[in-house]
Structure formats: C-alpha cells, structure tokens
Write a new protein. Sequence first.
Length: 499
Amino acid sequence: MRTLDHMIAGSAAGAPASRFSDIFDPNTGKVQARLGLGTAADLERAVAAAAKAQPAWAATNPQRRARVMFNFKQLIEKNMQELAELLSSEHGKVVADAKGDIQRGLEVVEFACGIPHVLKGEYTQGAGPGIDVYSMRQPLGIVSGITPFNFPAMIPMWMFGVAIAVGNAFILKPSERDPSVPNRLAELMLEAGAPEGILQVVHGDKEMVDAILDHPAISAVSFVGSSDIAHYVYQRGVAAGKRVQAMGGAKNHGIVMPDADLDQVVADLSGAAFGSAGERCMALPVVVPIGDKTAVALREKLIPAIEALRVGVSTDPDAHYGPVVTAAHKAKIENYIQMGVDEGAELVVDGRGFALQGHEDGFFVGPTLFDKVTTGMRTYQEEIFGPVLQMVRAPDFETALRLPSEHQYGNGVAIFTRNGHAAREFAARVNVGMVGINVPIPVPVAYHTFGGWKRSAFGDTNQHGMEGVKFFTKVKTVTQRWPDGGVSGDSSFVIPTMG
Ligand code: NAD
C-alpha cells in the first residue's frame, strides 16, 4: 500500500508516522493509499526549515519572486492533466471539474506574478516642512494554511500564491482526504525555483492543527473548512496572538423572480446544485421561487432536468458529477434526506440507494429534490454539502430577501431576474458576502477577493486579491526628515502636528 508523507525541507522523507488515515478511491469505495498523520515534532522540522529559508526569500527582489511564480504557473499548465486525474481520483469530482479546481487556483498564481506592482507602497512628499512619509508592506515571516477536502488545489493556491509572492514561508496542512495534489504542488514549486522551506506540506488531523495554532513562530493562519472548526481555529489562533482568517460553511440561496428566464434558471441550478456532487461552498442548494405560479412552473421544468442528470465515475467524460468523498459523508447526506422527510418536506426526487453498475461500493448519491421546505426545518438551517436541492417557496420579494439575510450562513447568494431595479435593490440589501445577478456561482475572480459573512467567515480579511496581500503582509510607515545642516535644537513636549 502506498503511503504518503509530508513535504518538509524539499523532501518527502520524514520521521515514520505512528498514526495513519485512509485515502479512498470514492469511485470504488476501496482504500488506495494511506497518509501518515504528523505530530508537533514534524511541524517543528518544517518551522526550522521555513525559518532558515524565509529571510533570504523576503530579501529577494519582488521581480525575482514573481519569476518563480511565473515558472510555477507554467509547470501547472504543463502538468494539468496529471494533476486533474490525481485530484479526481481522491476527491471524486469529474476530471473536467478537477481542471476547473486547479485553474481557479492558478489564476491567483497569475495575480501573484504581478506582485512587484502590487507591493508598491504609499508616498507623500512634503507631508510637513522637510518631511516625507512612505509606507512599505513587509512579509509576516512564517505563515500557515489549513484547507478543506473540496478544493484541494484551488484553496491552497488562494493562500500560498499570495503569501509566498509577498515574501513569506508557507506551511500547508491540507485535508487528510485528498492530500496528494498538495504534495505535487509543493514539488512543482521547488522545480519552479522556490528555495526549500518556502512551501512545505505537513499532514495530519486535529493534533497537527493544534500544533500550528499554538506554535509561536507561525504569525498567521488562513483556514477554510466547516464553521464549527473555523470558529475554533479562529479563537485558538487569535488567543495565541496570531492573525487569523477562517472561512466556514455555507447555505447559498438562489432567488427566482417571476420574470426570470426559467429554462436558463433550470440549467444554472442543475450545475450549481449538483456539480461536484454539491460539495462546494458556493453550491446553490436552496432555490426560492417567488409566488406559487413561479414555484409550480419551475418545479415542472426541474424534475425532468434532475432526472436526466448523469451520475458516473469521475473519469467518465459524460458524467455530470461523480461520487461524494467518503462513505461517512454519503451516510451523512442520506441521513439528511431522511430527516427532510421526517420534518415534513416533500421529497420530489429521491437520490438515496443509488448504485452505479460495476461500482456498487462507490460513494454515489443520486440527485435529490425537496419542495415545500420551511425555515424551521433543521435540513434548511444546516449545510448538507451533497447533491440535494431544497425549494423554499416565498410569497414576495421582501420574504425572499429575508431568507438568505437571516440565515446563519452568508457565503453566496444569487438572484435570477430580468428586472434591473429589483436586482440592484437585492444586491444592496442582502446580508450575504458574495452576490450573483443571473450568475449562479458568484466566485469572484482572482484579483477581486473571496469571502462570506456571518458564520461563513471569522476574521475580517478575505482570500486573495488585495485582501490576501493585506492579510499576509504588515505595513510599516516611515516618517523622514533630512536636516539641512542647520541646528534647530528645540525640544517639543507637544504631540507633533503638521499644522
Ligand atoms: P473540515 O472542517 O472537516 O476540515 C477542514 C480542515 O480542518 C481540514 O484540514 C481538517 O484536517 C481540519 N480539521 C478537521 N477536524 C478538525 C478538528 N476537530 N480540529 C482542528 N482541525 C480539524 O471541512 P471539510 O469537510 O474538509 O470541507 C468542507 C467544509 O468546508 C464545508 O463546510 C464547506 O462549506 C467549507 N468550505 C468553505 C469555503 C469557504 O470559502 N467559505 C470553501 C470551501 C469549503
């Protein structure tokens, strides 16, 4: 059985692990490899290598650092197919979607190729008599990222693409469920010219996460995962004096106005609710048609579209989506479906008991549709993270606006309409961090920033774009005066002003 190890100081050879977790092939349900779970001692080795490499990396001029990012971009493009197949084999998303996962991370690396421009500071000449003020953004030192299973390429690159380009050393703790692509990314960064110790990968579970949160040499932690863990990471990291951003779960709503193009809505919803088996934090698992007439018409079109979805192995080029990540996650989704029935929602399409011929032990869940879901139901309040679409009927615009606004999660939301005024009003008033107008998955492009509100994000800076640069740097502001040689000699006991 293949065993996967950390990537510390440029090599995969580490101290032998005493605890392991299984890496499954979700298509077959079989264990395909095992992962050695690290300890505080493994982290210590990574921190030592990072501390050795980081000062010289920070002192390397930004254009040279950007060239490494550029080489890395080219290597990812060259290895795209291999990376996508590897990602798909552990996660279960179809290969085309795995390429999208890599591509969206690569776009942050492309942003990082322009880091010399981005790092230029502010300057004021003559802020006072003979006084100039300027600022510089300096790296934090050693920083860390803890990432979820559902985007094993994109989310690490959101973080380290920016963190490394601005001069930090980065220690990645990826999900235990699909750890191979993160290791490959670290190998490719070395090949691109990053010094050993600048991008390292340590594997593990809570024990490793706690070691990261408590380590005094790690200045900042970026986390993406479920909300309870995000909150925990935020609290423990901040208590240890670190800068922490912690993104959590989601329950994104799609509002359908009576004037929307329903055929387009059905096409958009099919992809956004069921793509990647619903295992996206920007999936659209709740649809809110306004008015019963809209609900009835939408439901009539949705049922055949959902029944026509093709669930297949992740290497099937015609499959719309593949298996979910583990047997435990499949059981959790199916429990939520039963809970929905018990709570009194109408189960219109039931995806339980789905078996793919020849892959009966794979972790497949068929597409599921509920109608007449109400806000008091647990299945509405909680994140299911599977191929389950819930319809909540709203009588009017104001009610529809209140649903996502009052939900505990506030990651993304979409409105489908032809009415520009309503869309504008919705975008301005909704209490959610990312809004799509006739765009079902409004993940902002790399040079903007990504982040939700409420229990979808703890901390105040978003991922990537200028917010990422801010998170991974600290600002130093210099106020300078170069005396002309004359002696001024006076002491001042009053706070200096420029007035
Ligand atoms: P998860 O919370 O189980 O795991 C995330 C990370 O935390 C992993 O690296 C894991 O090893 C670690 N971890 C797990 N249990 C821990 C514990 N008890 N203590 C400390 N660390 C622990 O999340 P997941 O199942 O891998 O990913 C799915 C979740 O991530 C969903 O809730 C999804 O919405 C969310 N997500 C959010 C965003 C976003 O940007 N808001 C993006 C992607 C995924």
